[in-house]
Design a protein around this ligand. Structure first.
Ligand SMILES: [Zn+2]
Length: 452
């Protein structure tokens, strides 16, 4: 909700209202001035002033089409401008790095992927150089202004978004990834790092299938498995910011050794390696996973049984999570989305059987609205945070100058160039994700499998 001036300075109220207005347009899409007036509780003149300010900064445009307001007066429709201010979104996976430039409203302007082909490709040094190379390529293709870099990693991240503390499937510990990327990119944009499943949850909650759902779990599965948990409208962070490492719940104590050092973790039964291993193929690479899934869809008995067995183990962990967290929806991302597609009955029946006492009305298992792009778009939200939280931090159009993101530097010992930083607000450990009063079970129709 927008603020009026009581109890705050005029400038801080204006900046807050600019952020509220831009955030609404970013999340909900084009909206008429009349509707903005009703939603934000401000008068028409104030909305007009705020829209003009955002337009002068190149953040929004007004379409010539008009919408009829209640008393018959035409009202212009306001939309974010998705091509000028851009975030660089990076998803570091276990088998590839993916990078995109994303504008306001989640517009993907350019996208590149680089698969790992050798074991050494997962090293910090190689990943940083790969990101710098892909960045140089996409930036050469597009115009616009880079306002931030968001990076998703399959591991735990320090609460300040600077350090990857432990990424077992990459074999990374205590990696200062934000600083390394700032040096490699050589530009002025701020780099923030986040956990991949948490960022998938942010994307789906802010603009996807979980919009206005205050209790949800986004499960992301590749080689590893993680959860982004939103409870009461807030991301569950834990004492150290490491909540959601559900892939390392020990569900089969006599099972396989896990990269985390433990044994029988959930991801050793439901991750991509487990799926591939069940058909007798040594794990490694997305192509093997896709092959097993394709053959299962075609009715190959061995591959189908491998998917069914993975679905059975998936249901074991899911039931435990439902008991612990009581979410309204569970979003199945990564390879889990395809397991849901191939054998929905196995998953739904087993979860329904074992959770019916506490969830008599059922829980919706849903596909992510953004498919395999949820995590990447969540990383973009990190990169866009500065401009969304404080649109007044960017200059009006006449004063704009592109940030000088340099070509990647690989020569050791060369001093880093002076960096221009964009002023950023703090990185709060807990993020408010939506008002309780707006709670609606929207976005589920036709997308989910409702249990019971
Ligand atoms: Zn583990």
């Amino acid at each position: 909700m927008a603020r009026t001036e009581k109890g705050a300075t005029q400038d801080s109220v204006r900046r807050h209202n600019l952020g509220t207005l831009l955030g609404h347009l970013h999340r909900h899409g084009p909206t008429s001035r009349a509707r903005l007036t009703r939603i934000l509780g401000l008068n028409r003149a104030t909305i007009g002033y705020l829209v003009d300010d955002l337009a002068a900064r190149g953040l929004v445009t007004e379409t010539p089409e008009t919408e009829q307001a209640p008393r018959g007066r035409p009202s212009k429709v306001v939309a974010v401008r998705g091509d000028l201010y851009q975030a660089m979104a990076v998803h570091v996976g276990v088998d590839a790095v993916e990078l995109a430039l994303v504008g306001l409203g989640g517009t993907i302007l350019a996208r590149r992927r680089s698969a790992f082909s050798r074991p050494g490709d997962r090293s910090v040094d190689h990943v940083v150089r790969t990101i710098a190379r892909l960045a140089a390529r996409v930036l050469a293709e597009t115009g616009g202004l880079l306002v931030g870099v968001g990076v998703a990693v399959p591991g735990t991240v320090s609460p300040d978004g600077e350090m990857v503390t432990f990424a077992p499937n990459l074999r990374w510990r205590q990696v200062a990834l934000a600083r390394l990327l700032q040096e490699a990119l050589g530009g002025g944009a701020v780099v923030r790092v986040g956990n991949d499943a948490n960022l998938g949850a942010v994307a789906e909650h802010s603009r996807g299938v979980g919009i206005q759902v205050n209790d949800l779990v986004y499960l992301h599965a590749e080689v590893g498995v993680g959860a982004g948990i939103i409870t009461g409208g807030r991301m569950l962070e834990g004492a150290g910011g490491y909540a959601g490492e559900v892939g390392h719940m020990q569900l089969n104590p006599g099972g396989l050794a896990c990269h985390c050092g433990s044994r029988g973790c959930w991801e050793t039964e439901v991750g991509e390696d487990a799926l591939v291993r069940r058909v007798g193929i040594p794990p490694g690479g997305r192509s093997k996973v896709d092959l097993v899934l394709r053959r299962a869809r075609d009715g190959d008995r061995v591959c189908l049984e491998a998917v069914e067995e993975t679905a059975r183990w998936l249901s074991v962990g899911l039931v435990n999570m439902l008991s612990a967290l009581d979410p309204e929806i569970v979003i199945l991302g990564g390879v889990f989305e395809q397991i849901l597609d191939i054998c929905p009955e196995t998953l739904v029946d087993r979860v329904a059987q074992t959770s019916r006492y506490f969830h008599p009305d059922g829980v919706a298992l849903v596909r992510p609205a953004f498919g395999r792009s949820s995590v990447l778009l969540g990383a973009a939200e990190l990169g866009l945070r500065t401009v969304l939280e404080d649109p007044a931090s960017v200059s009006p159009m006449a004063e704009l100058r592109p940030l000088d993101l340099k070509q990647p530097q690989t020569r050791p010992g060369r001093p880093a160039p002076p960096r221009r930083r964009i002023e950023t607000p703090g990185n709060p450990p807990v993020r408010e994700l939506g008002p309780q009063s707006d709670r609606l079970a929207v976005g589920l129709k036709g997308r989910g499998t409702r249990i019971l």
